[in-house]
Design a protein. Sequence first.
Length: 82
Amino acid sequence: MPLGLRLKAIHAGAASRIPADKRAIMAEATKNQRESGILDGVIKVGATLPAFSLANQTGQTVTSGELLARGPVVLTVFRGIW
C-alpha cells in the first residue's frame, strides 16, 4: 500500500478510536505548535543532510555513505525513552 494511503488509513482509524474532546485538544496543540514557528527549523522533505553515522537496530554503526551506495535513504527518528 502506498505511504499516502496508509497514512490516511491510520488517521481515519485514530479518528474512530480517540474521543472527540481529546481530538480537539490534540488539534489545538498541533495548531499552536505550527503557529509557534517550530517547523521553521525542521528538516524538509528532500533536503540534503550532512554525512552521518548512527547505530542501527542491532547496534552496528552504519554510515550515510554506505546506505546511499545502496540507493535512496529514508531516515526516521523515533522519540521517547528507550
